[in-house]
Design a protein around this ligand. Structure first.
Ligand code: THU
Length: 130
């Protein structure tokens, strides 16, 4: 684990955090995903009264990126304004792993605090692959 967060992704995350739809948990999350062509895609968590339908910010960003034709990614910043740190859940790690060519970096930042940085493979060392 190393420290340091891309400022442009962080700035976008703070702009979008109020768009997170989290009336049940009150925990607002933004994910900002950058592809190898430096295109940037944003997602927020979207909760639902049928709780299991909630989708995390990371998968919203990923699916939006894939919809736009992006396939190869450099990094993703996951942001929330208050603790705990939004370490991506197992489902999001698995979803991201399908597009990881070995170097996808995951930044985790809580507003006003430190930015943590991980390789995706550190967080999910044995993803399922077909
Ligand atoms: N959540 C995310 O969007 N990403 C994470 O990395 C952690 C959890 C969301 C899902 C749910 O809306 C809320 O945070 C509480 O679990």
């Amino acid at each position: 684990m190393v420290l340091g967060c891309p400022e442009d992704l962080l700035s976008l995350a703070t702009t979008y955090v109020d768009n997170a739809y989290a009336p049940y948990s009150g925990y607002r999350v933004v994910a900002v995903l950058r592809d190898v062509h430096d295109r940037v895609f944003v997602g927020v968590n979207v909760e639902n009264p049928s709780y299991g339908l909630t989708v995390c910010a990371e998968r919203v960003a990923l699916f939006s990126a894939v919809t736009a034709g992006a396939r190869r990614f450099k990094e993703i910043l996951v942001y929330t304004s208050k603790p705990p740190p939004p370490i991506p859940c197992g489902a999001c790690l698995q979803a991201l792993s399908a597009f990881d060519e070995g170097g996808l970096r995951v930044y985790v930042h809580v507003g006003g605090g430190l930015c943590e940085s991980f390789a995706l493979a550190e967080l999910l060392p044995r993803p399922f692959r077909l």
